[in-house]
Every structure is written in structure tokens, then in C-alpha cells.
Write a protein that binds this ligand. Structure first.
Ligand code: HEM
Length: 557
């Protein structure tokens, strides 16, 4: 955010033209189809020609003064005809581009853009973000074609905010995310972590360096599989040793992540789907769905059979499938809805956790003083025989997690946008028209020097609030929009407590068992890439030196 950009509406060229000229986005979406390329080129030149005559602030989705419905108009950079700002935002780091645009156009409170025919507003302001996220008129989400095809329209994240969505949230809140359930799954969570620590140790001994992401992803996937499906796989043994089912699951999840995170031109240029399938997304979704359905259905059937043989009471240790199967009457879910809800949990619960821990470790490698301070805090707590839950709440550990969420929010645009269900008046005099895709740029807020001192610096001390330090005591779970990486309001992330407990406990174990240092030929690169989550562009490789306290199978706090 340090760059200063002149406040000039014509700056849209600065953000838009370079993207078009390189055509990098077109190529990067694997568009080999000639009709698609030809259509785009023709439309582009047609667009340029008509732009001079028809261009409107905000682009094609904001015609007829839609950005001018309140006392105060929504600032809107000009967009290309037909495409609007599609070329600018279809690839690369959209959260950063939008942050610079908002700064340049003086539109941090709200900025209107067009993604093809989709009207979009983005805020980079904590107060307006709070208004939007907590308003009942922004409680729906726009749904992407891939999410629809992958059955997510009936799952929690994309279901419209009616009775079905409320039922799903209630069930998930009490049977998957309540403090009682989180505690009940503690032994499984720690088992996954112990296995991960052992696998890291093995790789360090064999190769002298560890590529950490695959370990974190395998542990996170297995952990969520344990609490949702009651099933664990041997995912850490290398591909050759995986069972057929584990390998299939691994592949299905990876393909699903890619499809959900991919930018689909047809979402914003609906007419395009009549000509071609730009990134092959429709076709890939169609072939993925039957596999997912079969795999999840198999697990549901196994549970059904077990319940018939052993009785059907959902006990404290039962998994989420058991809970869904035990619902009766109006609460009973249809088979397809069950598949969707279960599948969504696997998606949401895996990558976010793994990628956040990877960012934390990268920052700890780059900041050895902070790493050893954290190690001391954990060692002291262990000496006094603190429990896992107590360790997860240690103040410095919490500060490190918060500071990483601030610098590297996994969903910098809060991943899933909201949709206005009516014309909504905001306190600043602007009106967001009905049917507008509404995004909060959390990255922009957490990197804003007007909100945070020295925002580019990794400084957990800013969150230490005690007699010695004057840090701020902030709850990251949605009550303070200066740092709300889990969103806020009625659609806030329901998995936030589970995520925070898992991340804290696993980071504690990883830094207690290893000293993490930079590998000389793999220097750490904090570059980002935005997919379904914002991840490290160059996955972290680091040296994990076992510490004196290293313990393997019998690991116990
Ligand atoms: C570091 C970890 C995580 C982060 C940063 C994160 C972030 C988010 C964000 C930003 C949203 C949108 C909130 C909004 O619109 O206000 C969300 C929604 C959601 N998250 Fe998470 N999440 C994480 C972990 C999890 C986990 C572990 C699960 C479940 C196992 C989960 C399940 C969901 C679901 C189901 C929704 C949709 C809620 C709805 O629309 O009603 N998340 N998450």
C-alpha cells in the first residue's frame, strides 16, 4: 500500500490495458479453443470502438445511473464495454489490485466495478465492511457455475439464507463446531499432528530439508475426515503406499479445489457458455461429480449399515455422518443434500488450515527471535503440565496466529462474496442496488497504514495486551472488522473456533519439536498466489532441526 497513485478516473487504463495487451490471462486459463479466442478478439476490438461512445463509470453493469441511487454516488472507475474490469481481475492478485485501485480512485469506502455483466462493489473500509457483513440484506451469496455443478448450492456456504440454510447452520453449530464437539475430537486432532511430526522428522533425516505443505494438507484432510466421516487414511506414506480409496479421495479433493478456485469467464459473460467451455470447467465438474457422489455415498451407506447392526444413538464420539443420519422428521436431509454438506466440510476444513500454518512457519523462519520467544512460552507451559487446550490459548502463540491472519488472510476477499437482496442504503449515503455482488477486501484493511502501524511488518507484539506492552486486544472472530479473517455477521465462518484450536495446537507442536531455519538453496519467498485461498506462491521448504524435547509416538503434552 506504500505506492501512491494519482487520483484520476482515467487510471482505469493503468490497471486494465497491461492485462489485455499481454493476454496472459487468456493463455493462463488454458484456452486452446479457437472459437473462444476468435470471439474474444472480435469482441475486444468491437468493445474498444464502442467504448469511446458508450463507456460508463463502473462499466457495463452500472449503466443508467445504478451507482447513483443514493445521495452520494458510488465512485466507479471506467470499465471496458462488455468486459468491464474482467481482464484486470480475472487473474493475479485481485485483492492487491483492488486495494491499489481503491486507494488511487479515493474509493476505499466503496467502489463499483463490472465483471462482465456482474455488478460488483468492494469496500476497503472497516466500518462499511461491518455494515455490509452484519446486514440481513447481504446474507445471500452469488453462486459460481462450478459451485452449482459441484452440488454446493444445497450446502451451507452457498444456500440462500432461508429455512434450509438455517437448519444446516444449526446442525453444524451443535454437532460439529460446538466447544463440546471440538474437545471430543481432540485425541484425533493430536494423533494427526503426531503422525505429521514423525513424517517431517523422517523427511528431514532423509533429505535434510522438508517441503511442509504436503504434510500439513495430509494432516488437515485426515483430521477433517476423522471428525466428519469417522474415517482416517494413511496419507503420509507417500503415493505408492496409499490405499486406492485414499488416493481417490486425495485426487478428488485436489480437483475440486482447483475447480472451485478457478476463474470462470462464463460466470460473468453468461452468453459465452453457448459457444464454448472456456477453461473446461463445466466438463471437468461433470466428470468429478459422479466420483464424489459415489465415494461419499459409500461412506454414508457404511454408516447406515453399522447403525442398523449396532443401534442408532448418536453418541459423544460419533462423527458428522452419524449425526446427519440420526435426524428425523422435518430435519431429515435428502441424500443429495447430505452428500453436499459433507463434501463442503472437507473442502472448507482442509486447505484453509494447512495454508495458514504454512504462512505461520514461513514467518517464524524469517523471524528467529519471534520463533524462540514462542518456543520458550510453550516450553514453560509444558513444564507446568498445561493441557493441550491451555497451550492453544497461550498469549504469544495467539498473537503469532493473529499477526499471520493479519498479514496473510487466507481469504483476502473473504473468499465468498455476498449478494444484496434489495436496494440497501448505507450510512455514508450510498445505495447498493439489489442483485449486486458485494466484497470486503480484508487484505486491504489489514494492510492499511491508517488502520495499522507499520502494516508490512510481522510484529505479534502488536496484539500483546499486558502491563509491559500496549498492544491491542482484538477478537478475530468477527466482532472487530479491522481484523475479521473469518468474516462477520450471520454468515460468519462456522468453523472458526475449530480452525483456531487446530492451528494453535499444531503450531505449538511443530515449533516445540523443531527449530525451523531457512534452507540455503531454498530461500523463503513470501509471494502470494490467489486460488480458493491465498497461498504461498513458492511452497515452503525449510530445515526442521529436531529439538531436545523431540518425542514421537508417545508424544504427550
Ligand atoms: C483458517 C481457517 C479458515 C478461514 C480463514 C475461513 C474463512 C472463512 C470466510 C472468510 C468465510 C466467509 C464468511 C462471511 O461471508 O462473512 C467462511 C465461510 C465458511 N467457512 Fe470458513 N474459514 C476457515 C476454516 C473453516 C473450517 C475449518 C470450516 C469447516 C470445517 C469452515 C467452514 C465454512 C463454511 C461452511 C462457511 C460458509 C458459512 C455460510 O455461508 O453460512 N471454515 N470461512
Amino acid at each position: 500500500m506504500a505506492a501512491t497513485i494519482p487520483n484520476d478516473e482515467k487510471l482505469w487504463l493503468f490497471f486494465t490495458l497491461p492485462q489485455i495487451i499481454t493476454f496472459e490471462n487468456i493463455i493462463s486459463t488454458n484456452l486452446t479453443s479457437f472459437p473462444f479466442l476468435a470471439t474474444l478478439i472480435v469482441l475486444y476490438f468491437l468493445g474498444l470502438f464502442t467504448w469511446a461512445i458508450f463507456s460508463s463509470p463502473g462499466g457495463p453493469a452500472w449503466k443508467k445511473g445504478r451507482n447513483h441511487m443514493g445521495q452520494v454516488p458510488i465512485p466507479s472507475p471506467k470499465g471496458l464495454p462488455v468486459f468491464g474490469s474482467l481482464f484486470t481481475l480475472s487473474h493475479g492478485l485481485a485483492h492487491q489490485t483492488l486495494a491499489y485501485m481503491a486507494q488511487g480512485f479515493g474509493s476505499k469506502q466503496l467502489m463499483a466495478l463490472s465483471l462482465g455483466s456482474t455488478p460488483v462493489v468492494v469496500t476497503s473500509d472497516p466500518e462499511i465492511a461491518r455494515e455490509i457483513l452484519t446486514s440481513p440484506y447481504f446474507a445471500d451469496r452469488p453462486i459460481k457455475q462450478s459451485a452449482k455443478q459441484l452440488m454446493f448450492s444445497r450446502a451451507i456456504g452457498f444456500a440462500p439464507s432461508g429455512a434450509h440454510w438455517r437448519l444446516l447452520r444449526r446442525i453444524a453449530a451443535s454437532h460439529l463446531f460446538s466447544p463440546r464437539r471440538i474437545l471430543a475430537h481432540e485425541s484425533g486432532r493430536m494423533l494427526e499432528c503426531t503422525n505429521m511430526v514423525n513424517a517431517i522428522f523422517k523427511e528431514q533425516v532423509l533429505h535434510g530439508v522438508v517441503s511442509i505443505r504436503k504434510h500439513l494438507q495430509a494432516a488437515a484432510l485426515n483430521n477433517i475426515m476423522g471428525s466428519v466421516f469417522g474415517k482416517r487414511y494413511d496419507l503420509m506414506n507417500g503415493e505408492g503406499n496409499m490405499s486406492h480409496e485414499a488416493k481417490e479421495l486425495d485426487e478428488l479433493v485436489k480437483e475440486g479445489f482447483e475447480l472451485l478456485g478457478a476463474f470462470n469467464w462464463s460466470d460473468h459473460l453468461p452468453w459465452l457458455k453457448h459457444f464454448c467451455d472456456p477453461s473446461g470447467i463445466v466438463q471437468r465438474c461433470s466428470s468429478l461429480v459422479p466420483h464424489v457422489r459415489r465415494l461419499v455415498q459409500l461412506i454414508i451407506d457404511e454408516h447406515r449399515e453399522r447403525r442398523m447392526n449396532n443401534g442408532s444413538d448418536a453418541s459423544e464420539n460419533s462423527d458428522f455422518v452419524d449425526v446427519l443420519l440420526s435426524l428425523e422428521g422435518e430435519e431429515k436431509l435428502q441424500e443429495d443434500d447430505m452428500v453436499a454438506v459433507l463434501w463442503e466440510m472437507i473442502f472448507r476444513g482442509t486447505d484453509t488450515i494447512a495454508l495458514l500454518i504454512e504462512w505461520i512457519l514461513a514467518e517464524l523462519v524469517l523471524n528467529p527471535t519471534i520463533q524462540s520467544k514462542l518456543q520458550n512460552e510453550i516450553a514453560n507451559a509444558m513444564e507446568s503440565a498445561a493441557t493441550n487446550s491451555a497451550i492453544a490459548k497461550l498469549p504469544y502463540l495467539q498473537a503469532v496466529v493473529k499477526e499471520t491472519l493479519r498479514l496473510h488472510p487466507p481469504g483476502p476477499l473473504l473468499s465468498w462474496a455476498r449478494l444484496s437482496t434489495t436496494n440497501v442504503s448505507l450510512s455514508n449515503g450510498m445505495v447498493v442496488p439489489k442483485g449486486t455482488t458485494t466484497m470486503v477486501n480484508m487484505w486491504s484493511i489489514t494492510h492499511d497504514p491508517n488502520v495499522w502501524d507499520n502494516p508490512a511488518m510481522f510484529n505479534p507484539e502488536r496484539f500483546l495486551h499486558n502491563s509491559a506492552t500496549a498492544g491491542i486486544d482484538i477478537d478475530v472472530r468477527g466482532s472487530d472488522l479491522r481484523l475479521a479473517p473469518f468474516g462477520a455477521g450471520r454468515r460468519v465462518c462456522p468453523g472458526k473456533d475449530l480452525a483456531l484450536v487446530t492451528v494453535s495446537q499444531w503450531v505449538a507442536m511443530l515449533v516445540h519439536n523443531f527449530k525451523w531455519i531457512q534452507h540455503e538453496t531454498n530461500p523463503i519467498d513470501l509471494g502470494e498466489v490467489l486460488k480458493l485461498s491465498c497461498e504461498m506462491k513458492c511452497p515452503l521448504s525449510a530445515v526442521a532441526i529436531p529439538r531436545n524435547c523431540f518425542v514421537t509416538k508417545q508424544y504427550k503434552y
